[in-house]
Design a protein. Structure first.
Length: 343
């Protein structure tokens, strides 16, 4: 792999609309409060919601974002925070790549569109339909940034975020872009929360976004380098989630020599059954670790992005020399990554 560096980070979480707000919540280590999504139910579905921004973001005045849904707002805010340093350093902005990763996607507008179509197809608003597709957030962000030369949207379980990082690294290595944003984002409603409750009743769904800005120039780096990404250890009849998680851990251990202090940023939430394979794979880990889902809730693809943002932020602030990211997806694959301080 060519040397790939992290030029910037962005985050929107239930703690706020910046990486700083995310960091403060992780440092406190206290799970954020939950709120009922549908109080009419006998057993309300609980969620950790993103608060309203302190001030109206300037990007909302852009024509493409006036009608966009929450997932696009979250993704745009994280992307702009992540790329801010690069845009200051390179006024002409260069060639930008964009990889948007999602799992549930634009659920709020999808519900509105189908609700209108079922009530009266003749009067259902066609303006809602473009906001229901998975490519909507990346399309809006590309229009806002203007000089985006390559765009891709990846749909999968949370492990797909590191597939997005790998794709961005490939684009950079092939000199197809000068900088690449990798974004993971989600929005929620009661349907998402209800679906999650059938898998794990102890988890609280959440929303938000996280973004990495990757580049090839060490001078643009925030002091963090992408050191390694493991193979995708997919689940199959011959390889269970537990076996895939252990294979990912073994490969991650052998990718680079240990650097003390070394951090583990895992994907463990408050549930037990869904977490069992990852718990087993890392049962002998004795170093420091952080679990963003336990603070912010199950943010699906956004939560995977938060893990990577938290890992890079810890390295950038010299809280560790190297940080591991462990992603054990729901139904696809286990994949891991290492980020280290620039040598």
């Amino acid at each position: 792999m060519s040397r790939i560096f992290v030029a910037g980070l962005g985050a929107v979480t239930p703690a706020g609309w910046t990486v700083a707000a995310m960091r403060e919540a992780l440092d406190r280590g206290e799970p954020l409060p939950t709120q009922p999504l549908d109080p009419r139910r006998d057993r309300p579905l609980l969620a950790r919601l993103v608060p309203n921004p302190a001030t109206r973001p300037d990007f909302l005045s852009h024509p493409r974002l006036r009608r966009a849904s929450a997932i696009t707002h979250y993704a745009t805010s994280a992307a702009l925070e992540a790329i801010a340093g690069f845009r200051r350093a390179c006024p002409e902005h260069g060639r930008i790549g964009l990889v948007a990763c999602l799992q549930s996607g634009c659920v709020q507008y999808s519900c509105r569109f189908y609700d209108e179509a079922l009530k009266n197809p003749a009067t259902a608003s066609p303006l809602l339909f473009p906001e229901t597709v998975y490519a909507a957030p990346s399309s809006h962000i590309a229009a806002l940034l203007e000089n985006v030369t390559l765009v891709n949207s990846l749909v999968g379980d949370p492990s797909a975020f590191l597939q997005g990082v790998s794709l961005a690294a490939q684009w950079l290595a092939e000199d197809r872009v000068d900088v690449c944003l990798v974004i993971g984002a989600e929005e929620i409603n009661w349907i998402t929360a209800d679906a999650l409750s059938h898998l794990d009743r102890t988890s609280s769904v959440s929303a938000g976004a996280g973004a990495l800005c990757l580049c090839r120039e060490p001078g643009l780096s925030m002091g963090v380098e992408l050191a390694a990404i493991t193979d995708a250890h997919t689940y199959s009849a011959s390889k269970s989630r537990s076996e895939a998680a252990r294979a990912m851990r073994h490969q991650l251990n052998g990718s680079l020599p240990h650097q003390s202090p070394e951090l583990l940023c895992d994907g463990l939430g408050n549930g037990t059954r869904a977490n069992a394979p990852e718990i087993s794979a890392w049962s002998d880990w004795t170093g420091p670790r952080i679990s963003p889902k336990r603070i912010f809730g199950e943010g699906l693809m956004a939560a995977a992005a938060w893990q990577c943002v938290a890992a890079c932020d810890a390295v950038a602030n010299r809280r560790c020399a190297m940080a591991n990211v462990s992603l054990v997806g729901f139904n696809q694959q286990a994949i891991g990554a290492k980020f280290q301080a620039v040598q």
